[in-house]
Write a protein that binds this ligand. Structure first.
Ligand code: KG4
Ligand code: ZN
Length: 350
């Protein structure tokens, strides 16, 4: 079974071809980050227009790289949600049209299922069952995963997602979008003793998250630093110094990482699973990975994550998920349906 996939849920156009026997044959990605960076965040209409421009050239490119034509394909998978409605429509319309004209089955794939299964693209793939920590720009979820489509959401963020909190905090410090990698880079030179931010919702039972209070702590600290740095003297301009930014970054990163680690440990003890998967953009964070290695060593378990380029949005994860589901005989009707909101536990098992 050989599947072409299109990912267009947000600000990255990802296309890939996955073969159930030979693995990943080709993948390519066009990131719109530069275009959105000047606005400080994703502009949905611009995202949709750019997906229109980039999708077909990328499809031609992966077919060439995989050394195949449409005749060698057995199905098409595309991200149908959750995500930006216009951006999703571009991928969905294109995928469905190609499937119709090439006489292939097509299948709508859940973006977060793609992230969740991304570590299965690696050589050291986890076996089921496992606990998955999904940490992206739009979602923070802990999921009990018993198999493909057998997902029980154990907890999620009641307000900002972890990645969103990184991005908003970075914006308050005038760092470029998306802020997560910039905070991570600055944190490496930060003084861990200068600021201490709260570990939200860790003092009560449960597996839900909340990151908006943490963001407020960061905002208050930023304002205080700016106030301290403003004086009539010419050297102090009321802006954050690079040391302030590094110190706030390390305090913020530590608070997010420790909060996520505490909840992961709880979810593992609750389910009895010995494997933890982390996926989504924030799973690229090295401090988070290190912390979760420590947690899993104590629990005598193992942590799994995708290579960095498959932590953030990509077509390979959608091709993998699509291949597993199409191979199991699943396919959609001819209608073009997108799901800007789509609970994961509604997905069918295979
Ligand atoms: O999964 P993703 O590419 O897109 C969504 O599905 O949302 O995740 C993007 C998010 C952004 O919020 C970005 O700031 C964050 O992942 N991110 C990171 C790092 N790399 C990306 N956050 C913290 N540390 C990183 N190294
Ligand atoms: Zn994503």
């Amino acid at each position: 079974m050989r599947v072409l996939a299109i990912e267009s849920s947000c600000d990255e156009t990802g296309v890939a071809i996955y073969d159930s026997e030979q693995g990943l044959l080709a993948h390519c990605l066009y990131s719109q980050i530069e275009m959105h960076a000047i606005y400080g965040g994703v502009v949905p209409e611009l995202a949709s227009r750019d997906h229109i421009r980039k999708s077909i050239p990328l499809i031609k490119q992966v077919l060439k790289e995989a050394n195949c034509t449409s005749d060698d394909l057995d199905g098409i998978a595309y991200t149908s949600g959750p995500g930006l409605a216009g951006a999703l429509l571009v991928g969905a319309c294109l995928a469905r049209s190609l499937a119709w004209s090439w006489g292939l089955p097509a299948l709508a794939i859940h973006h977060m299922e793609g992230h969740l299964l991304a570590p299965l693209l690696e050589d050291n793939a986890p076996e089921f069952p496992f606990v998955a920590l999904l940490v992206s720009g739009g979602h923070t979820q802990l999921v009990d995963v018993k198999g493909i489509g057998q997902y029980e959401v154990l907890g999620e963020s009641i307000d900002d997602a972890a990645g969103e909190a990184f991005d908003k905090t970075a914006k308050m410090m005038d760092l470029p979008y998306p802020g997560g990698p910039h905070i991570a880079r600055l944190a490496a030179n930060g003084d861990t003793k200068r600021f201490l931010f709260p570990r939200p919702m860790t003092d009560r039972p449960g597996l839900d998250f909340s990151f908006s209070g943490l963001k407020t702590s960061a905002r208050n600290t930023i304002l205080k630093c700016k106030e301290q740095n403003s004086s009539p003297s010419e050297e102090q301009d009321g802006e954050l110094t690079s040391q302030d930014k590094a110190d706030i970054s390390v305090a913020f990163e530590r608070a997010v990482v420790e909060t996520l680690a505490i909840k992961c440990k709880r979810a593992l003890l609750q389910t009895g699973h010995k494997r933890l998967v982390i996926a989504g953009g924030v799973s690229a964070n090295k401090v988070l990975r290190q912390k979760l290695h420590e947690v899993m060593a104590k629990l005598k378990g193992e942590v799994f994550y995708p290579r960095p380029e498959f932590c953030t949005d990509n077509g390979a994860m959608i091709a993998y998920a699509g291949c597993q589901r199409l191979k199991a005989g699943q396919k959609d009707g001819d209608e073009i349906i997108i799901h800007p909101r789509w609970p994961m536990d509604e997905l069918p098992a295979i």
